[in-house]
Design a protein around this ligand. Structure first.
Ligand SMILES: [Zn+2]
Length: 307
């Protein structure tokens, strides 16, 4: 199969409500994120882009197959490269919207993600920063489809936004919630993620398009909550026993969470949970490079990235 055929085989466009689509990249592992496409009468809104140039062009093709109107608004759910590197493909026609801290984090991170997986074919990427930022919330009208963009957290990062369609009861969660994939919050907060999940539950969504993994329902909130509460309890017990996060991870049986992809994220998640247990404020910076190294040590090598 050619690269393009491989990409086609691993992506799916799923209509989750009238003119509202989930763009799902399987299997949802490292850097294989999801996007959302909202098609109005005369304009289109995109929730997140994707990690590589060829994947971004593929996403643009998918939009073109749904509507003749170019993307006029891109909402970035947070600063991670897999959700924003494709911005440049849409920026000539689109306003890029994100939380105000997302812009600064994106600028600071640059293309750093590409150096973690140098073997991935990233293509010619240009970091394209948001041009419209907000603090708490913002409403995007795509024709008659209303989308509430809400800042929550610190949770997955310090600059998470979810996109909530109240009439369709569809929620694009970004990486604040995963589907069949292990949560990841060393750059945000374990406690803050749990609080954010409560806020999402209060919206009473029917359909969740998460940052990674298949489309699901509110049960995905339960899984995220169960996992993160378990990480907190495990961190607490490990600290009481005088163990480091890496030692705790080495002694911990994942149990029901073993079926979630990218289980090695337990190490950085435990680091954040232990730090919070010791009083670190949600979202306060940690040495992510060091945490990533420990995660690789625990995993026995660099986790696979299929972007
Ligand atoms: Zn992310």
């Amino acid at each position: 199969m050619s690269t393009q055929e491989l990409l086609n085989a691993s992506t799916a466009v799923e209509e989750v409500a009238d003119r509202v689509y989930a763009y799902v990249q399987s299997d949802g592992g490292w850097c294989l994120n999801n996007a959302g496409i909202v098609v109005g009468n005369d304009r289109t809104t995109l929730v997140d882009t994707v990690a590589t140039e060829s994947r971004a062009l593929r996403l643009r093709e998918a939009v073109r197959s749904l509507t003749p109107h170019p993307v006029s608004t891109v909402v970035n759910t947070h600063f991670h490269g897999d959700h924003v590197f494709g911005n440049f493909v849409f920026a000539p026609d689109a306003v890029v919207v994100a939380h105000e801290d997302c812009r600064g984090e994106m600028a600071a991170a640059g293309l750093h993600l590409t150096s973690l997986w140098p073997d991935v074919c990233w293509g010619e990427l240009t970091v394209t920063l948001p041009t419209l930022t907000f603090r708490d919330r913002l409403t995007v009208h795509t024709g008659d489809i209303r989308a509430e963009v809400l800042h929550l957290g610190p949770a997955h990062t310090t600059n998470d936004a979810v996109v909530w369609l109240p009439e369709q009861r569809v929620l694009f969660t970004g990486d604040l919630v995963m589907s069949g994939v292990t949560p990841f919050c060393p750059m945000g907060s374990v406690a803050g993620s749990l609080e954010a999940i409560e806020r999402l539950r209060a919206l009473d969504p029917v359909t969740l398009v998460t940052g990674h993994g298949p489309v699901g329902g509110p049960e995905l909130l339960d899984t995220a909550e169960n996992y993160l509460s378990w990480v907190q309890r495990t961190a607490r017990a490990g600290l009481a026993a005088g163990l480091t996060p890496l030692e705790i991870a080495g002694e911990t049986d994942l149990g029901e969470f073993a079926e979630l992809l990218d289980a090695e994220r337990l190490v950085p998640n435990l680091h954040r949970a232990c730090a919070e247990e010791r009083g670190l404020a949600p979202g306060a910076p940690m040495d992510i490079g060091a945490l990533f190294k420990e995660m690789i040590e625990h995993h026995g090598g660099l986790p696979v990235c299929r972007a």
